[in-house]
Design a protein. Structure first.
Length: 351
């Protein structure tokens, strides 16, 4: 059995985890996540405050993960830490702490790409998940559609041209007076809304049926603007709030689901993976399952493993450590860290 300590500080969650790997299958042995509520009053993450909070709490969070796993730092076989992308100041705290632990213990260190962590998150609860599959990664900072031919072998099919889906959820939540973060609040309110009252545009959805460069691309800024106009036109926001939330959510999910399903069909993939904070949405998972029923299964992690967490970082790190990969003392955080193994967009034909 291999034990890997994971550290995640890319944004406003301080997280540490111990992942045990047996016969190539990772499982969570211990996981601690501390969210920073201070950002709620600002309606978004304040980078300086996030960095300071990580500094104050990271030691206790690591200790908590080790305690839950019933193990000690000296029993680890490696340390994996998020090296990017994310807020540079926040990343720096985790990378520095991980490097220090590695230096003091002599353990191997590996910097992990945050989005690759999201790809591995469902694997922690779905042992049968193996490539190839279609993956939709949706969060506050990213919206990516990938063809995963193997672990470490990724082809970019499409990405957002402007706002990420998660960012759109957060901004619309603020418009509706629901606070920050907004995804869960919008989903709860949308359950009470009339789906026929507000029919917002489905950005770039028509392109999904065409074999062009925008077939799998996303754009949500125009949709966000359409909701803003509808909110301003409302003479009774309290009356309209649930209907607006439903109309907005339906528009986003229609685009995400249809483009992902068409990608799975084009590449003949029998599994669709959902990852990232927006994948916590039960509505997204339910719609995806309905759309690909009979052709593909949907693998999605539980909410605690879809939100930013160190277990997914440890799982991805364990896979790369097993391949003999290591990071040196010159490891530095990058807000623009490229996804390792990522190839340019393909033409829409399977390989």
């Amino acid at each position: 059995m291999t034990l890997v300590l994971g550290i995640e500080t890319s944004c406003d969650e301080t997280s540490a985890a111990v992942v045990a790997v047996e016969d190539g299958r990772p499982r969570v042995a211990g996981l601690a996540i501390l969210s920073q509520d201070v950002h709620r009053i600002f309606g978004g993450v304040v980078p300086e405050l996030a960095s300071r909070a990580h500094l104050v709490t990271i030691g206790r969070v690591v200790d908590g993960a080790l305690a839950e796993a019933g193990t000690a730092l000296g029993e680890m076989d490696g340390i994996a830490v998020t090296a990017g992308p994310g807020l540079v100041g926040a990343l720096l705290v985790g990378v520095t702490y991980g490097k220090t632990l590695a230096w003091s213990t002599g353990l191997p260190l590996l910097g992990v790409h945050h989005l690759e962590g999201h790809l591995f998150a469902p694997r922690l609860e779905d042992p049968g998940l193996v490539p190839p599959f279609t993956a939709l990664l949706v969060s506050g900072g990213h919206t990516l559609l990938l063809d995963v031919r193997d672990w470490g072998d990724y082809a970019l099919l499409g990405a957002t041209r402007d706002d990420a889906a998660g960012e759109a959820f957060d901004k619309v939540a603020v418009l509706l007076g629901l606070g920050y973060p907004g995804g869960a609040a919008v989903e709860r309110l949308a359950r009470e809304g009339n789906p026929d009252r507000y029919r917002f545009p489905r950005p770039m959805l028509r392109e999904a049926a065409e074999d062009g460069p925008d077939r799998f691309a996303f754009s949500f800024s125009g949709l966000k603007t359409a909701v803003l106009r509808a909110v301003r036109a409302s003479d009774d926001l309290e009356r309209d709030r649930a209907d607006l939330a439903r109309g907005f959510q339906d528009a986003v999910l229609d685009v995400l689901v249809e483009k992902t399903a068409r990608a799975a069909e084009a590449f003949r993939r029998e599994t669709v993976v959902l990852g990232g904070g927006v994948a916590c949405s039960r509505a997204l998972a339910d719609r995806m399952r309905a759309r690909v029923a009979g052709r593909a299964r949907v693998s999605v992690a539980s909410p605690r493993l879809n939100a930013d967490n160190a277990a997914m970082i440890a799982a991805a790190g364990a896979w790369r450590l097993a391949r003999g990969e290591r990071s040196g003392p010159d490891l530095e955080p990058r807000d623009d860290l490229p996804l390792p193994g990522l190839l340019p967009a393909l033409s829409g034909r399977p390989t």
